[in-house]
Write a protein that binds this ligand. Sequence first.
Ligand code: PLP
Length: 400
Amino acid sequence: MTGKETEYIRQAVESGKISGNGEFTHRCQAFFEQRYGFKKCLLTTSGTDALEMAAILTGVGPGDEVIVPSYTFVSTALAFIRCGAKVVFADSRADEPNIDASKIESLITPRTKVIVPVHYAGCACDMDAIMAIANRHNLLVIEDAAQAVDSWYLGLGGRCRCTKELADSTVDLNLKPTPKPLGSIGHLGCFSFHETKNIISGEGGMLTINDEKFVRRAEIIWEKGTNRAEFFRGEVNKYGWVDIGSSFLPTEIVSAFLWAQLENLDEIQTERKRLWQNYWNFLADNFKFQVSVCGLQGADSGIRLPKVPGYATNNAHMFYLLFPDLAKRSDFIAKMKARDILTVFHYLPLHSSEYYKAQHDGRELPNCDRYADTLVRLPLYYGLGSDQDKVFTAIRESLG
Ligand SMILES: *Cc1c(COP(=O)(O)O)cnc(C)c1O
């Protein structure tokens, strides 16, 4: 929390309007539209709901296929499964966990309708390559930008950030081609404000609509299949049931919390980047690293540091380490736990999940499996402060 959250919640309650699509919701949506140039933003009750809205808008159903990375959160796939579509899982890159764009085309069939790149750790996927594939095959692109608030795709003019200055990702807006905010590149983008993300509201999310043709229907789906948003604006003199939809909009109490966070977005981001850079410097100063194709690799430990491709910025959503194998990672987590520091691994591969493994086509996804076994996240949150020193001490003792 940054200070004004409870004050704005009180204001929302006292205003007498606590259902959705009120003053705080409008302020938050306008903030994103103005700061990042998103055409249209709609707050949702979660990132999952934003993905579900996006899935409905794509119109996919039984017989259609959607390409999704296996190394992601359940919701990325679930939103499309609920529409009856089949999910075709893609592998991650060898050098970082994002979807391997060079493998996407081999997964496309006449039934493919959508590609869903997930910007893991808030770092951009290779969006030029993905958009080119989508254009060639007439596919929609839904960005899962759940972790990617305040992060950009720099394009090929970007500079490689595999240096000690990695965390310095203040964006130079004079770069050619112009940097694009994540969530603004595909036809639709989905953000999350879950408490584990950079900008939070407990549960919360947002759909960005970048292709004009989806705007009207998005508003209707958002408001239970009615044209109530048009009625509120005085564009129609009564509203009614015109389409499918659900109650995807958050209460003003949630939007009020979010507004307090947005007022302090720069402060939150600056602090997260400082903490991220501290981790990087601590590791680089205390352990020997050498440059490999996968970024920086520990000369003695074999541990890899996160790689941010030259075309991506780092929004300091996550600081992760990659261990050489599962046993070494488990050992590290246990040693850190013994020192009262919680470090956690991340996704279990969706293609071999209990729910979907029977429907997966049997292809091996070795990079996804490797990240599932070897990636570990270090504590990183706005209020971490000087407690980070305790993490350093624990890492030094755990890694020797
Ligand atoms: C957090 C997250 C989601 C889900 O967002 P919720 O707000 O928790 O519903 C979806 N995809 C990714 C990649 C996420 O990190």
